[in-house]
Design a protein around this ligand. Structure first.
Ligand SMILES: Cc1ncc(COP(=O)(O)O)c(C=O)c1O
Length: 437
């Protein structure tokens, strides 16, 4: 018999939770004790089943514990859990790189492995700086990113981050990154006019390109900023601008990749090929952490010519066989079960729902692919707004886990969520928002 009380007391005494005000939390709240996770649901210790509205921070693109992924992991565990990639290769890492290269945008066929979305970004940042240093432009060391950007937790990724609240505590230690206006617009909706945002970035790149190594963007959706969406035309225009001024374009597909927007990659919607692409989260379907930074032979070529010119970077778990075996199986499931094609019908349901949701409390409802976002009116808009947590509690009582982003309620469920479960999730969103009056 599971002793829920001793789990909670150990947690309360020792676990420091992410993005959590621990003092308030320990005094007034208790975490949900989850005992099982299957498909679009997870189950609490008391037997309550909850629909996972955000696929566990967007990783669970194929549903929890997909039987094929679990089987691939078990089979690999029996053969080999880990060896380093230092002068060594193995079947999972080698074949995964080939299979990934087959589905990434044209020309992106060189795969550098790491552990999670943040390290995929960290590798891209270092790659960009070293690339320019070794192609005769050592002054190109600064970065451009969007206001509201989120690229992860390491200091490099934090430096790129454009959410003031997350960046502020580390302002004294982050590196030089120019944050340009987001094409998504202040109200979080898909701004009809992205031209002003483009003019702003064009002014910076034209004036300062000699010191700029790369521009880093989340393609079409700024996730952590509150699911802010922007048009493909902006990304296309940025691609041309970067090419013209020898600024590398790094596209962060950690959230948008693996079909989230209805195409394999977010940048496919803009028909843009970046210089460097970062993938994580759905890459291993929420089973085990792993990531990749994918680039071209042109970028790799800058690292030729001697040991000191090698890319001086590598994590202990680079190319981990368990992660790689799971990531290969993810790609096999995508191929064999038509996961990306299956998004269209579900995406249409989410979009229809967002368009018909007309409530005075909803400031903006928007959708793209397997994302639906509902921005509520609130005086204290932003990540710390409490209104979203009121909806969260209403949703829990109705059978869904809908962790908000401040005043933005959103869903980003598994891509293969059964239609009936999706319909139920959307109904819970509506009822939970309505319950606020
Ligand atoms: C766009 C984007 N990039 C990077 C990251 C960081 O990924 P991880 O949490 O795996 O380090 C996230 C995390 O949410 C993200 O949304």
């Amino acid at each position: 018999m599971l002793d829920v009380e001793s789990i909670l007391s150990a947690d309360r005494a020792h676990v420091w939770h992410p993005y959590t005000p621990m003092d308030e939390w320990r005094q007034h709240h208790a975490p949900l004790v989850v005992t099982r996770a299957r498909g679009p649901h997870f189950e609490l210790a008391d037997g309550t089943e909850l629909l996972d509205g955000n696929g566990s921070w967007w990783v669970s693109t194929l549903g929890h514990n997909h039987p094929r992924l679990v089987a691939a992991l078990k089979a690999q565990i029996d053969r080999m859990c880990h060896v380093s990639l230092a002068g060594i290769t193995h079947e999972p890492a080698a074949l995964l790189a080939r299979e990934l290269a087959a589905v990434t945008p044209r020309g992106l066929d060189q795969v550098f492995y790491s552990d999670n979305g943040s390290t995929a970004i960290e590798a891209a940042v270092k790659m960009a700086v070293q690339f320019h240093a070794q192609t005769g432009k050592p002054k190109k060391t600064r970065f451009l990113a969007l206001e509201g950007a989120f690229h992860g937790e390491t200091i490099g990724a934090t430096s790129l981050g454009g959410v003031t609240l997350f960046r502020q505590p580390f302002a004294s230690v982050v590196f030089d990154c120019v944050h340009v206006p987001s094409p998504a617009g202040d109200d979080g909706s898909c701004a009809p006019m992205w031209g002003e945002a483009f003019d702003a970035v064009a002014r910076v790149i034209e004036a300062e390109h000699e010191s700029i190594a790369a521009m880093v963007v989340e393609p079409l959706v700024q996730g952590a900023a509150g699911m802010r969406m922007y048009p493909p035309a902006y990304l296309r225009a940025v691609r041309d601008l970067c090419t013209k001024h020898d600024v590398l374009l790094i596209v962060d597909e950690v959230f948008t990749g693996y079909g989230r927007l209805g195409t394999m990659w977010g940048c496919d919607l803009a028909e843009v090929v970046p210089d460097i692409m970062c993938v994580a989260k759905g890459y291993t379907g929420g089973v085990i952490p792993m990531a990749a930074t994918v680039t071209s032979e042109r970028v790799l070529a800058a690292f030729a010519g001697g040991r000191e010119r090698a890319f001086l970077y590598g994590h202990s778990y680079c190319g981990n066989p368990l992660g790689a075996a799971v990531a290969r199986e993810v790609l096999a499931i995508y191929r064999e079960e038509g996961i990306v094609a299956g998004v269209a019908e579900r995406a249409a349901r989410i979009a229809d729902f967002a368009h018909q949701l007309q409530l005075p409390i909803v400031r903006d409802a928007r959708a793209l692919g397997m994302i639906g976002a509902f921005e509520l009116h609130d005086r204290s808009a932003g990540y710390t707004a409490s209104i979203g947590w009121r909806v969260y509690r209403e949703a829990l009582a109705r059978g869904a886990y809908l962790r908000p982003l401040g005043n933005v309620i959103y869903i980003a469920p598994a891509l293969n969520i059964p239609l009936a479960d999706l319909q139920r999730l959307l109904s819970i969103v509506e009822d939970s928002i309505r319950a606020l009056g």
